[in-house]
Design a protein around this ligand. Structure first.
Ligand SMILES: Nc1ncnc2c1ncn2[C@@H]1O[C@H](COP(=O)(O)OP(=O)(O)OP(=O)(O)O)[C@@H](O)[C@H]1O
Length: 275
């Protein structure tokens, strides 16, 4: 990825991340180019919580991967503000359960630190701090199979936080959880990010999840994904999860849903027709 820390024409504010005219095309099996993202321009501010929403296949994960340096854009680049002197550290939390089954919770969370050669006592301190943050103190010696889905996803979050990333990139981290556990996890993440003050980019299908968590919601149009609208939930922080039941909240969820409903329905029809 073209991760510039300085640019003669456009200076990105310290520790902000700027996506400049990013487009991405993937080759199809017929050897054609399928444009997935087109001309994305977006600046994400330091300590901001940004959610990406849009119909299935509109390129949310691809954009997250471009931000994380896992996928190269076909056109455009990503700039990181001059405040980050080193290559920025990205923490990833994915939907899939990516814990190593034969390692304890403690050893899963400490894996990245171990690979970095961090001394064991420092690793243990950092691991116990982040386990406390995700309310898993006392579970360090458990194995993933002994935990519920919600607890395992907390371990995934702890593992990303243990690395003290500059940016936390989360791809539908709660999608596999049942509705009640998801609501608990959303509330916990809300409290956690208020405490951490970290920059988070979060992909979700759940519009209510985005409205609860985000400072700004980037609504992407269907393929090719373009920025259709940026919505700013008007709720002050610290936020009480109880806002979910307010009229303002429900109206905002409905407003965003009406922006993408047609595209979501078209996508379902396409899937049914197998095209
Ligand atoms: N490595 C790849 N090679 C070819 N096509 C890809 C690749 N990765 C993604 N795609 C295609 O690009 C499109 C966008 O995928 P992406 O996962 O970014 O969308 P998304 O909005 O996150 O989707 P969803 O909401 O369903 O998770 C999809 O049609 C997908 O099949």
């Amino acid at each position: 990825m073209d991760m510039q820390t300085k640019d003669a024409d456009t200076v990105v504010e310290a520790q902000n991340i700027r996506i400049n005219e990013v487009s991405k095309a993937y080759p199809t099996p017929q050897n054609e180019q399928m444009v997935v993202l087109e001309d994305i321009n977006l600046e994400i501010r330091h300590n901001e919580f940004v959610c990406l929403v849009g119909a299935s296949g509109c390129g949310k994960t691809t954009l997250l991967k471009i931000l994380g340096g896992l996928v190269e854009p076909t056109l455009g680049n990503v700039q990181i503000g001059t405040g980050v002197e080193k290559e920025p550290l990205m923490g990833f939390v994915f939907q899939a359960d990516s814990l190593i089954p034969w390692r304890t919770v403690q050893r899963n969370v400490g894996l990245g630190l171990e690979l970095q050669g961090v001394p064991r006592d420092k690793e243990n301190r950092r691991v116990s701090d982040v386990l406390e943050m995700v309310k898993l103190s006392g579970f360090g010696r458990h194995f993933p199979r002994e935990l519920s889905g919600g607890m395992r996803q907390r371990v995934n979050i702890a593992r990303a936080l243990a690395m003290q990333p500059d940016f936390l990139l989360m791809d539908e981290p709660f999608a596999a959880l049942d509705a009640q556990t998801r609501e608990v996890m959303q509330s916990e993440l809300l409290a956690l990010t208020q405490r951490l003050n970290s920059t988070v980019v979060f992909v979700t299908h759940q519009i209510d999840e985005a409205v609860l968590l985000a400072d700004r919601i980037v609504v992407l149009s269907s393929r090719p994904g373009r920025v259709k609208k940026i919505v700013t939930p008007p709720f002050a922080r610290p936020r009480d999860p109880g806002i979910r039941r307010s009229k303002e909240f429900i109206d905002m969820v409905n407003g965003i849903w009406s922006l993408i409903r047609d595209e979501v329905e078209e996508g379902i029809e396409r899937e049914l027709l197998g095209s």
